[in-house]
Design a protein around this ligand. Sequence first.
Ligand code: AMP
Length: 305
Amino acid sequence: MSMLVVGSVALDSLETPFGVRKDVPGGSATFFSTAASFFGPVQLVGVVGEDFPEEPLRFLADRGVDLAGLTRAQGRTFRWSGRYGYDLNEAQTLDTQLNVFGEFRPELPEAFRRPDFLFLGNIHPELQGQVLDQVAARPKLVAMDTMNFWIEGTREKLLEVLARVDLLFINDAEVRQLSREHNVVKAARFVLAHGPTLVVVKRGEYGALLFEKEQVFAAPAYPLDEVFDPTGAGDSFAGGFMGFLANRGADLDADSLRQACVAGSTLASFCVERFSLDRFRELTRREIDERLAAFRTLTDFRPIA
Ligand code: AMP
């Protein structure tokens, strides 16, 4: 089934306790499409500046990401710089430069207008809405992501897009900020009252919670010996989740959604093992399958009498 993502394509500068990287490929659409590409083809809509290197674009194209909706505009690429302390769950944004995203108006190529699965990646909510406006038929699933930058600056616009989607991916600090509720369960209920029927609350090394109207499912994060850089974990989670569902052509029943959570957690776990896209460059389908199996062992226990 077809999959479309709109989001940032970025040059990230990162500081973690394990090293420093400058101007490495990042962005919500980049991580999402890379992770989803392990399950099937992805169409990408976004913009880069004149300074964005060719190599990461070749990497995406080789992975089956259709870049017909990626514009190269005059000016500098979107840049984000962030720092993580010993608690890798919390990114501290040092700088955000919108650059070419300031003027960007997404134009969906004709072939991109009927996606079965649509992911509105972390980006200005107005651009998320413009993409949704251009979709010709209602997709099977529309999901979105966002972050504190947009919750602080464009809350009303964000709530408008939220009302039009089925699923929100969001991290725990951000869902609290959006809902103005301290309790994550209450915060998720706030989201469910504003449009979506599903919410995935991402909790870094503590995993993710999937909320439906009546049920909650918890997927752990895979316990790793080494976490180098959490940047992109959230988008990789969403890419694994949606890629899994699109590839299965699965009904969006409770079992498939739970499996999708584990697929999301699996892709996120690989992302954080190296900086930027580096772990994905060598990742194989077999390693993914092995980790999916390891998740079963991790969470399986006999019913308690
Ligand atoms: P995450 O998956 O949540 O770790 O997202 C990481 C990516 O989000 C980074 O590669 C950044 O380039 C990107 N990013 C950071 N801030 C923004 C923003 N305000 N708008 C769009 N993308 C952003």
